[in-house]
Design a protein around this ligand. Structure first.
Ligand code: NAD
Length: 350
């Protein structure tokens, strides 16, 4: 039970420290080893995903990641940008399935910009394909053609890539409310016509799950109009990138949302949905709960420790009920705490 711990940049090291304390408190005998990723790795080695990190990540059973990136590295050549490290580790580990829950805890209903009655009790899971689509398709580039600059990318999916992400989504829906909405743009893009066809072909294998289809523009609209209509949504890499951020913002508290990226054997990379928050880095005010909840997802999906995962999730619910809030979710009448105190409160609740 080896965990590769990658604190990363910005608030990454602060929030990771709290997640590691929670894992240690569970006393399950995990071996945890730290390595560099992102800007911190560029500073130390010149590369965002150094060989030592790659080796540790390949050896470990799971990877727990804080966040990468920041203004310091934005002007660097593309190969040295921290985000390249993230794409590289996902690709190398074959992490093709990204699971992002968007849950609105009742205590935080006012944090959403939507009316409480629209979002209270929201519990959606977005399953995003992570290693294909236009983000990785070749050819790509910017060239001069006919005397002007020309930018191009290529969208493609094979039916086996669609089928394996489809299976993850159907299985996830099976464990929840048994409704799956597949999102595409089949009226314009042939790649996503194939997506819809393959999802439809899979459906008879999961007779207990109700499959529906929605065009991505409508899905973006429905997510803000009536988000509780959804249970599990499945979509490709680019649409999933956008829709999962939209869904997480419905909750108004990006500092609360975990994510999991899995390979075919449930090895996974677990990270908060938010970025490295350079604006508050080093101040000890970041919300560590998304990272702690990511560790809970790791316990469940990679290590099969459902009871420990629930213990951590219940401890988070308990600290919210006790009124503890970091700045991002603070409301008058609650107790404002920093990163470390929030970690202390979770440990006490555990
Ligand atoms: P961000 O998520 O880092 O921050 C957006 C806003 O949310 C900021 O105001 C920030 O202070 C706040 N916020 C985020 N997480 C928080 C937390 N845990 N507690 C309290 N407040 C929190 O997004 P951004 O500002 O667009 O990006 C900053 C950097 O992070 C960029 O370099 C970007 O490339 C990178 N990024 C990394 C990842 C990743 O590592 N997976 C994801 C997104 C962005």
């Amino acid at each position: 039970m080896k965990i590769c711990v990658l604190p990363g940049d910005g608030i990454g090291p602060e929030i990771m420290a709290e997640a590691v304390r929670v894992l240690q408190a569970l006393d399950l005998g995990f071996e945890m080893e730290e390595a560099l990723l992102g800007g911190a790795a560029v500073d130390a080695t010149g590369k965002p995903y150094p060989e030592a990190t790659s080796k540790l990540a390949r050896e470990a059973d799971a990877v727990l990641l804080g966040a990468v990136g920041g203004p310091k590295w934005d002007a660097m050549p593309r190969e040295q940008r921290p985000e390249r490290g993230l794409l590289a580790i996902r690709k190398e580990l074959g992490l093709f399935a990204n699971l992002r829950p968007a849950i609105l805890y009742p205590e935080l209903a006012n944090a959403s910009t939507l009316k409480p009655e629209v979002v209270a009790g929201l519990d959606i899971l977005i399953v995003r394909e992570l290693t294909g689509d236009i983000y990785f398709g070749q050819p790509r580039g910017i060239e001069v053609r006919d005397g002007q600059r020309y930018g191009f990318n290529t969208m493609h999916y094979t039916e086996s890539e669609i089928r394996r992400i489809g299976r993850v989504a159907f299985e996830a829906a099976r464990k929840r409310n048994k409704r799956l909405c597949s999102v595409d743009k089949m009226n314009v893009l042939e790649t996503t016509q194939l997506w819809r066809d393959v999802m439809t072909e899979l459906a008879p294998e999961y007779p207990d799950v109700e499959l529906s289809h929605m065009l991505v523009d409508n899905a973006a609209m429905q997510l803000v109009r009536a988000p509780k209509q959804f249970d599990v949504m499945v979509t490709g890499n680019m649409f999933g990138d956008i829709l999962s951020d939209e869904a997480s913002m419905l909750t108004g508290s990006i500092g609360m949302l975990p994510s999991a990226s899995l390979d075919e054997n449930n090895k996974g990379l677990y990270e908060p949905s938010h970025g490295s928050a350079p604006d508050i880095a080093g101040k000890g005010v970041a919300n560590p709960l998304a990272t702690i909840l990511s560790a809970a997802m790791m316990l469940r999906y990679t290590f099969g420790k459902e009871e420990a995962a629930s213990r951590v999730e219940n401890a988070v619910k308990a600290v919210l009920a006790q009124g503890y809030r970091t700045g991002d979710i603070y409301e008058p009448g609650t107790k404002k705490v920093g990163t470390r105190e929030m970690g202390d409160a979770v440990l006490a609740a555990l």
